[in-house]
Ligand binder design. Structure first.
Ligand SMILES: [Zn+2]
Length: 500
């Protein structure tokens, strides 16, 4: 590879090559064609999305001696060539991060009124404009109110909220977007081809996912990761700690197949490979989100509801990862929690300190018992009654026997039981899970299985509860030191008893 960085080498020199910012390109080129230009522009958006490149393109387009169709700079005239190599004195780039003061700004303003040296127009490109001091902004403001005729300003920033409204209102604003994974991949693939680099698609995808929409970072990483004119997924995986999309699919497959062992083993393998679990979990969440949106699009609301339960569990794992002493543990807990809530509930008794005083349950209105005629009295087994304890003990067996997957998923949301006579009231935290269970077919399936398991004919009712957290109990050190999240988890896992 040559000495010039790939990013500079492949910086777009024409609007046609400006990647991923179609709305900016169309609006700017239309304005250029019509000659309807503003004197001040604000380019805002995440780093590495093309703001400065576009600013230079604009500077070229308003100065090019042979502007082509579609407002494309000719790339051949002296002006174009000098701007490309950054040598045109009339295009002035200022890094506001290192020229923040009012004096810097005054100096700049003093020079504004000198006519351009070679080009028709002077263009000031102010990078990271939000870094200017208040005084500098004030000095600048007057200039923006009455800019000299042949002077243009392009203010670029990653943090537009730090730019005073008085400045913003005097600029035409363009919001640069994060560039999507496919577009970044396409560009990287083009660069690879031009440079004669054999790049594996999956490797390009890992890079594109890693950079969060910044093309400059993507190209920089690409350049660093190429070894002997090759870019392999193994190398990218090792260096970035990225698992890769096939790993994501693989893991998601274990969850879908409800294979807890497979999923746990897979996490261990990823750990041994040195995968970055924060990144991995983020990608898993992205996958779940995509599945959820797809379910909503296809009007499969039950499926979407079930996915929300899954997302909530893994989101919690993600939040806990940053402080995890054993990095794979939050994911392992999430897997067990998601795939086998029954096992969690039958875990050995929790030390009393952890018994969730943490969970406060709003009193649940319980439906009046139905008339005995609606039941099958002979099945009440000699007046046998069931208690909350019976139900809790058998709950894992009951959920295991449920055949309908979405029903099983929704049952995981059950946080509490109450039993009055033969009516079992299940307390849900999510309305869609409650609705899903209370559909008549689901409810019949559940009632039948409870009946088979407990030998008692029952009716299932439901309620929606709000789970509130109290602050941890002061007089128990263990609990007091546990973060609220953890208390919440434990409460959710072992809760069920109404403690108030
Ligand atoms: Zn030109």
């Amino acid at each position: 590879m040559s000495d010039v960085s790939l990013y500079r080498k492949f910086r777009p020199q024409t609007f046609a090559n400006l990647v991923g910012q179609d709305h900016v390109r169309v609006t700017l080129t239309n304005a250029l064609k019509k000659g309807h230009l503003a004197h001040a522009y604000l380019f805002t958006g995440p780093r590495g999305t093309g703001k400065t490149s576009t600013a230079r393109l604009f500077a070229k387009a308003i100065n090019c001696l042979n502007l082509g169709e579609n407002a494309e700079p000719c790339e051949a005239c002296d002006i174009c060539q000098d701007i490309t190599i950054g040598r045109l004195i009339d295009v002035i780039e200022i890094d506001a991060a290192s020229n923040t003061g009012v004096d810097d700004m005054r100096e700049l303003i003093d020079k504004l009124h000198f006519a351009p040296t070679r080009a028709r127009n002077k263009v000031y490109i102010v990078d990271e404009v939000h870094m200017l001091s208040k005084g500098a902004f004030n000095a600048f403001l007057k200039t923006l109110e009455e800019p000299p005729a042949n002077v243009y300003f392009i203010l670029a920033t990653t943090e537009s909220h730090k730019v005073p409204e008085t400045i913003i209102s005097r600029c035409q604003r363009f919001d640069f977007k994060r560039i999507d994974v496919k577009t970044v991949m396409t560009r990287l693939s083009y660069i690879a081809q031009m440079e004669g680099i054999a790049a594996e698609d999956e490797a390009l995808e890992m890079i594109a996912r890693h950079v969060d929409g910044g093309l400059r970072d993507a190209i920089g990483l690409f350049e660093q990761l190429v070894v002997n004119n090759k870019l392999t997924k193994e190398h990218v995986r090792v260096i970035l700690g990225v698992a890769g999309s096939s790993a994501i699919e693989h893991f998601y497959g274990f969850l879908s197949a409800r294979d807890a062992n497979g999923a746990l083993k897979f996490i261990q393998e990823l750990y041994e490979e040195g995968v970055d679990f924060v990144q991995f979990t983020k990608e898993i969440l992205e996958k779940m989100r995509a599945e959820m949106l797809h379910a909503v699009e296809s009007k499969k609301m039950d499926e979407a509801g079930a996915l929300i339960g899954m997302i909530e569990i893994f989101q919690k794992a993600f939040d806990q990862l940053k402080n995890a002493m054993i990095v794979q543990l939050p994911l392992e807990v999430a897997i067990v929690k998601y795939l086998n809530p029954g096992a969690v509930q039958t875990a050995p008794p929790v030390p009393t300190v952890l018994i969730p005083v943490a969970v406060k349950v709003t009193p649940t209105p319980i439906a009046p018992p139905e008339t005995p005629a609606q039941l099958q009295p002979e099945k009440v087994m000699g007046g046998k009654t069931i208690t909350v304890e019976d139900l809790k003990k058998e709950w894992p067996r009951i959920t295991e026997r449920i055949k309908t997957p979405k029903l099983r998923i929704s049952l995981r949301d059950v946080r509490n039981f109450s039993v009055v006579g033969h009516i079992i009231t299940l307390a849900f935290t999510a309305k869609f899970h409650q609705d899903s269970i209370m559909e008549s077919a689901s409810r019949s399936e559940l009632e039948k299985i409870i009946e088979e398991t407990l030998g008692v004919s029952v009716k299932v009712d439901s309620t929606l509860e709000r789970v509130e957290l109290h602050s941890p109990i002061e007089h128990h050190e263990e609990t007091a030191s546990a973060p609220p999240d953890f208390a919440d988890d434990v409460a959710a896992m072992f809760g069920g008893e109404v403690v108030d």
